[in-house]
Design a binder for this molecule. Structure first.
Ligand code: NDP
Length: 296
């Protein structure tokens, strides 16, 4: 039996639709339009694509989008000054500084200069601490999208064995916190983990956030497990023509789908959910700023 393929694209569209409905209500009932400011420093091509998509989808959801594109040689002081301005701007409810930043800028310093209530990426240390202690916070978008897909697929996650492969601050660690909050028994694996294959084989929920193309084969997957593949890896695709490339995940999709109960594809799985959750976080931030009920 092959796995259910979790359609992240369709799920993300439904999340964006709900966001747009909430935005309309905020405008009609309270005269408020949520606003998201995205700051891009430099010309990293992948970041440019992300920022363009974020801006486009923000506008499509009926919100205001404020894009700030700064040259690569922008000083840390100038970037911090811009964040300060956005922190003070009442029309801006969410601030996102696109990572990575150029080497001469201290990423942590910049992230921690964002007002926590506007930190829609959920990377500020205060939000990290709030999440870790089970308090209301801004939750990082990629893990939040994964959690939504897992809940949709499985209902209650209580008591399930979850293995998260990867311990980054932006995906692995917050993912583990969210699964723990939903009463999973959580293992965080990483590059020093011994017997990774066996660890993965114990997972009812397997989340791969590594950045290594197809490193998790089907025989590491427990039969019937739910597999969430966060990895986005570009590999050569000579079958498509000379010099062509394509995207694959951290899981070997073809072999894993023969064993898993459900699995996200790459592309079309976790990726689209990330921006949808960013829009949802912006509406949440706007509601909190105005003492209005938050979307569910
Ligand atoms: P990082 O490089 O920050 O972290 C990778 C993690 O994988 C580290 O914890 C590392 O362990 C671990 N790792 C590396 N090699 C191995 C190995 N051989 N066995 C086990 N663990 C290993 O990556 P990110 O968390 O930022 O991203 C992970 C992937 O997710 C990337 O492909 C990225 O493109 C993708 N991504 C996708 C998003 C989306 O929207 N879908 C959003 C964000 C990321 P250690 O700590 O020991 O070095």
């Amino acid at each position: 039996m092959t796995a259910t393929i979790i359609d992240g694209k369709a799920f993300a569209a439904s999340v964006r639709e709900k966001v747009a409905e909430h935005v309309t209500r905020l405008q009609e009932e309270h005269g408020i339009t949520p606003g998201l400011a995205v700051v891009l420093v430099g010309e990293d091509p992948a970041s440019q694509v992300y920022v363009r998509n974020k801006g486009k989808q923000t506008l499509e959801a009926g919100m205001n989008s404020y894009e700030h594109k700064l040259p690569a040689e922008t000083s840390e002081a100038d970037l911090l000054a811009l964040v300060e301005k956005l922190n003070a701007d009442p029309a801006v409810h969410g601030i996102l500084v696109q990572l990575p930043l150029p080497d001469h800028i201290d990423e942590e310093k910049v992230i921690n200069s964002i007002t926590p209530a506007k930190d829609v990426d959920g990377f500020h240390i205060l939000n990290v601490g709030l999440l870790g202690t089970g308090q209301k916070s801004m939750v990082p978008c990629t893990p939040l999208g994964c959690l939504m897909m897992l809940r949709d697929q499985l209902g209650s996650l209580s008591g399930l064995n979850a293995v998260v492969v990867g311990r980054s601050n932006i995906v692995g660690k917050p993912m583990a916190q969210l699964l723990l909050r939903d009463s999973c028994t959580v293992t965080i694996a990483h590059s020093r983990t011994k017997d990774l294959a066996d660890v993965c084989r114990g997972a009812d929920i397997l989340v791969a956030a590594v950045g290594r193309p197809r490193m998790i084969p089907g025989d590491w997957v427990k039969p019937g497990a739910t597999v969430i593949d966060v990895g986005i890896n570009r590999i050569d695709a000579p079958e498509k023509g000379e010099g062509k490339t394509r995207l694959v995940g951290d899981v070997d999709f073809d072999s894993a789908k023969e064993v898993a109960g459900a699995i996200t594809p790459v592309p079309g799985g976790v990726g689209p959910m990330t921006i949808a959750c960013l829009l949802a976080n912006t509406v949440t931030a706007c509601c909190r700023a105005n003492n209005l009920p938050e979307p569910e």
